[in-house]
Design a protein around this ligand. Structure first.
Ligand SMILES: O=P(O)(O)OC[C@H]1O[C@](O)(CO)[C@@H](O)[C@@H]1O
Length: 558
């Protein structure tokens, strides 16, 4: 079965009710003052995450109408279809089963006669065995030296998830192995990432779902040349019994769904880890795409990450709507985007280790929901896919928070913080992490409750400056806290946002698992390459602006 027709959300009774409710002025000060139970009632736990929704611009009525919207657009039914392996990725005619990647070994999921759980754990076992060999030093390069650097070559979902998680879990890294990541086709990326590395102790993981991505294959070839040139000039190529082929076999592994193309590249199929077309690139951190992370943190910790994700999957599947956190967060995003006019959504981790989390979320959310047609091909009927962005606190406070506090645009923000720091440090007798958290609490409070003109005057401010120092408040935030940034908690955060994204997609009737919007640019880049290289006919076929830009490049290149 594929999928039921999408419901037009704007025709539902819930949509009409929400439109009415959107006309009421928000009043977080008043709502908190009149309702001592508000904070409690709007706070929920999911796994180790404490999620406080109370500083959002919602009343009980709004939340009830949002939950009705979910019901009237069939979110639960589609969630169940996804979890059961139905082909909910309609435009690519595929199942969507990233949740199967974190099912425990004794779970049961058979799709099209295939035991998905057995397949997942078979590959996981191979990835774990490989990672253990690298971690223990049993896996050596051609000169017999242990591997000290693992370079992941991938882009999009084959890069952003692994690099985000590698950075986030720094305290769990193997002390003698560093991971680096090459993604951009700008040759600077390969050049600077490889700088200072010793080919004899470097292992490359070519990570590409399709094994057809221009950037990744180009970078993989650059790295192969770098490896072979380096080994040759160090006189080490002779150490490889089979010459270049043996060197590539010892220094290159691959992760892909296209194992035939991996072999064509010259990578030993024994050193390739597969996954399946039902894993979307941006949902693939927990597949073999996470191999670099498994090497860095070890199988046990990676298992904890998977267990954390699974806990949130179970919550999303089983928690009643009134306590279902991903469902409610997704609906809140629809509320802000479609009813209150928000075009963007900030994600502000108060954890330096999550500095790549907003970038990771950008692909997850925007490649998933940045769509103008629904899964039946008809145009969407509401605004979709807000822009996600963010930086770690407190850096953002000294950069763009001004606009969030006093600008004219509504920017809902998720604040994420942990009770325990990864690196506890004190400044004299001040606990620096406590100072950091005080900023987290202060910001969400300031955004919610603001500062009135009378409060500003009471501080003795000159009347002319009072307006500039007023804070309107009613700037919505969600606070997400956990005891510490462990592998499990990171997994929980990732799964949380995956299901938030899914919820929004279903309300809009979008196929959140295709990404046709990246194709045109790729196609035109291929067509343009000869023109950039000097082919006059190819240049002539371009529009006037593109012709002039290419001409500029050709005139100015050294
Ligand atoms: O893993 P691959 O096949 O190299 O694709 C990389 C990325 O390219 C995209 O297909 C498009 O940007 C992403 O969805 C994907 O994560």
């Amino acid at each position: 079965m594929t999928a039921a027709q999408p419901v037009d959300p704007t025709t539902t009774a819930a949509w009409a009710r929400l439109t009415e409710l959107a006309g009421l002025a928000p009043d977080l000060r008043g709502w908190f003052a009149q309702d001592p139970g508000r904070a409690d009632r709007f706070t929920h736990d999911v796994g180790d995450l404490r999620v406080d929704l109370s500083k959002n611009l919602v009343t009980d009525d709004v939340l009830a109408a949002l939950l009705e919207l979910a019901e009237q657009t069939g979110v639960a039914a589609r969630r169940d279809a996804m979890l059961a392996g139905e082909r909910v990725n309609v435009t690519e005619d595929r199942a969507v089963l990233h949740t199967a990647l974190r099912l425990p070994r004794d779970a049961d999921l058979v799709v099209d006669g295939q035991d998905v759980v057995a397949d997942v754990h078979e590959v996981l076992g191979r990835v774990y065995a490989f990672a253990e060999k690298v971690r223990s030093g049993e896996w050596t390069g051609v000169t017999g030296e242990r591997i000290r650097t693992v370079v992941n070559i991938g882009i999009g979902g084959s890069d952003l998830g692994p690099v985000m998680a590698y950075e986030a879990l720094a305290p769990y890294h193997h002390p003698e192995i560093e991971c680096r990541f090459i993604s951009n086709i700008d040759p600077t990326d390969a050049a600077t990432t490889l700088a200072g590395l010793d080919p004899a102790t470097t292992l490359f993981i070519v990570a590409s779902k399709t094994f057809g991505t221009l950037e990744t294959l180009t970078n993989a070839r650059l790295c192969r040349s770098w490896l072979l040139d380096g080994l040759r000039s160090a006189g080490a190529l002779g150490a490889a019994a089979g010459g270049e082929g043996d060197a590539v076999a010892r220094h290159f592994v691959a992760v892909s769904t296209a194992l035939d193309k991996v072999a064509d590249f010259g990578i030993d199929p024994d050193n390739a880890f597969g996954f399946w077309d039902w894993v979307g690139g941006r949902y693939s951190l927990d597949s073999a795409i996470g191999t670099s992370l498994v090497v860095a943190i070890g199988p046990e910790r990676f298992g904890e990450l998977l267990a954390g994700m699974h806990a949130v999957d179970v919550h999303f599947r089983d928690a009643p709507p009134e306590r279902n956190v991903p469902l409610q967060l997704g609906l809140l995003n629809v509320w802000y985007g479609d009813f209150l006019g928000a075009a963007t959504h900030a994600v502000l981790p108060y954890a330096q280790l999550l500095h790549r989390f907003p970038a990771y979320l950008q692909q997850l959310t925007m490649e998933s929901n940045g769509k103008g047609v629904r899964w039946d091909g008809s145009p969407v009927t509401a605004g979709t896919g807000e822009v996600f962005w963010g930086e770690p606190g407190t850096n953002g406070q000294h950069a763009f928070y001004q606009l969030i506090h006093q600008g004219t645009r509504l920017i809902p923000a998720d604040f994420i913080a942990f009770a325990n720091p990864a690196y506890p440090l004190v400044d004299g007798d001040v606990d620096v992490h406590e100072m950091f958290l005080a900023n987290f609490f202060a910001q969400t409070r300031a955004l919610a409750f603001g500062k009135t003109a009378d409060e500003v005057r009471a501080e003795g401010t000159a009347e002319a400056v009072v307006p500039a120092r007023v804070f309107s408040g009613n700037r919505p935030t969600t606070s997400i806290m956990a005891p510490a940034l462990t592998p499990s908690v990171l997994g929980q955060l990732v799964a949380l946002y995956e299901h938030v994204t899914f919820t929004q997609g279903v309300v809009w009737g979008i196929d959140s698992f295709d990404q046709w919007g990246v194709e045109l640019g790729k196609q035109l880049a291929q067509e343009l390459t000869p023109a950039v290289g000097g082919d006059a006919d190819a240049l002539e076929a371009q529009d006037a602006s593109t012709r002039a830009l290419v001409a500029y490049y050709r005139e100015h290149r050294a």
